[in-house]
Write a protein that binds this ligand. Structure first.
Ligand SMILES: [Zn+2]
Length: 183
């Protein structure tokens, strides 16, 4: 058995502002390898894989050149990203969107996930609009966004991120190491 660290969730403070780790030079280099390009607008490491490398980064609401960059939490681990890609390819997002229309309680939790995402981003810098990411609050368009949100902010915040994480765990993740540049 590899001595993987347990998956840890970041505690969210009473003000609703998660306390994340600063990005070290070593992290920045690993993220560059993970993405295959220099990372942009890096703000913090919001979650790590059990092997220790960044899994989710928090980014600034604007790029260095001022361009709005509304996705606050970005999944960087290529192994996780490819596992999520396989889930997306199975048609899961259409099924989730349909459940949203049929289940007012789920729709309400998803709307609160959207509001929380927006509030955290606005606390850094308001972009002057309410567009978040991943299709929130009305549709489910990107499971990478939702998983990143759950890994960054913990369970009970984003219902579809929670579901995505549960599906990954059911397929055996986390197991072994995720190499920084792939599986
Ligand atoms: Zn990983």
């Amino acid at each position: 058995m590899p001595s993987a660290r347990p998956l840890t969730f970041v505690a969210v403070s009473s003000t609703g502002t998660p306390q994340f780790e600063p990005v070290t030079d070593a992290d920045r280099e690993v993220i560059r390898e993970q993405l295959g390009r220099p990372p942009r607008a890096l703000r913090a490491v919001a979650a790590r894989c059990p092997s220790g490398h960044p899994a989710v980064v928090q980014t600034n609401p604007r790029l260095e050149n001022g361009t709005p960059f509304p996705t606050l939490y970005y999944l960087t681990c290529p192994r996780l990203a490819s596992m999520v890609g396989r889930l997306e390819a199975s048609g899961l997002m259409r099924e989730m969107t349909e459940r949203l229309e049929a289940d007012p309680g789920l729709a309400d939790r998803y709307r609160r996930a959207h509001e929380s995402y927006l509030a955290q981003r606005d606390a850094i810098e308001p972009l002057g609009h309410q567009v978040t990411a991943g299709g929130m609050p009305g549709r489910v368009k990107c499971l990478h966004v939702h998983l990143a949100h759950t890994l960054a902010c913990g369970p009970g915040v984003n219902p579809f991120g929670d579901e995505t994480l549960a599906l990954l765990k059911a397929t055996g993740w986390p197991s072994g190491d995720c190499a920084p540049s792939g599986e």
